[in-house]
Ligand binder design. Sequence first.
Ligand SMILES: NC(=O)c1ccc[n+]([C@@H]2O[C@H](COP(=O)([O-])OP(=O)(O)OC[C@H]3O[C@@H](n4cnc5c(N)ncnc54)[C@H](O)[C@@H]3O)[C@@H](O)[C@H]2O)c1
Length: 341
Amino acid sequence: MSNAQQKKYLVTGGAGYVGSVVAAHLLEAGHRVTVLDDLSTGHREGVPEGAEFIEGRIQDAAKWLDASYDGVLHFAASSQVGESVVNPEKYWVNNVGGTTDLLAAMRDAGVRTLVFSSTAATYGEPDEVPITEDAATAPTNPYGATKLAVDHMISGECAAHGLAAVSLRYFNVAGAYGAYGERHDPESHLIPLVLQVAQGRREAISVFGDDYPTPDGTCVRDYIHVADLADAHLLALGAAARPSPTATLDGGAARRGVDPGEHLICNLGNGNGFSVREVIETVRQVTGHPIPEVVAGRRGGDPAVLVASAERAKERLGWRPSRADLKGIVADAWTFAQRTH
Ligand SMILES: NC(=O)c1ccc[n+]([C@@H]2O[C@H](COP(=O)([O-])OP(=O)(O)OC[C@H]3O[C@@H](n4cnc5c(N)ncnc54)[C@H](O)[C@@H]3O)[C@@H](O)[C@H]2O)c1
């Protein structure tokens, strides 16, 4: 890569699960990366080799951000739904307050490109699936509410101050990328929890409700491979750095590029739903472990089916998931789990 093509990015939350995988992809693409992370839920060893590491908070981003950066990828957040219900103030302070400070630091430094980790939790209970970006936003927990508030803040920042921003609303991120994978503590995501049963670290997996109106009665979710998600981030950065419209590769007329002042919001999912029981069965096949299940009651605020329409990401970013097979996603997560425990 020539010096002109090489860019320098600040990755907030780059010691966490998704941020570490995206940072690794940016480095592999030849870019320079600085990770800013307070290690509140991330791991120092998650910061990819070759990235500069600053142990610090987004609230203090102004200390480090300057005009040498071409853009910011903003992953840093508190993101446990259950914790947000019992301690909502932490979520408003960290997610909304922290992003206010980060946006101010970007404005002062003249850094005008942002990719933000938004979430399917901004939608709440959907009226229709697959969920498009035009669906009503009615989050059912403070985590989703704070992420939606940040999306609104970013829209205002774009309109008032010429930021070019892409919010990527992830559905269920899963899988691993080599040395980088999922290690939340406490863990709340289904695939790593089932893998903990396979490793003997947990006796059984709880199935929260088997009487939903779905084919096997368990909730259906859309699992996206973290490396496919990383591809979308690199495409989003490219779009925000290339405001002029360009033709699609297949000669279509779709608009690519995100103009200064524009806030593009795209869902990211495979568009395929898998039930909790299908995930458990896939883990049985991949690990050879019987995986005992315990059926527990439904959890409040758990919609029966959450599946993304990712048509906009395909059209505007040229993104295509290439690792949509559930068995492959689980196999990558299993390789990572065995390497870390
Ligand atoms: N994992 C998913 O399935 C999923 C789904 C939708 C959206 N998201 C969003 O993606 C982002 C990354 O999620 P993840 O699963 O990698 O979480 P994670 O907890 O592994 O990573 C978040 C990182 O941010 C850091 N951090 C938190 N607050 C900070 C602060 N104030 N200053 C500096 N660093 C701070 C943490 O130490 C951690 O390394 C989050 O914004 C999350 O809301 C994740």
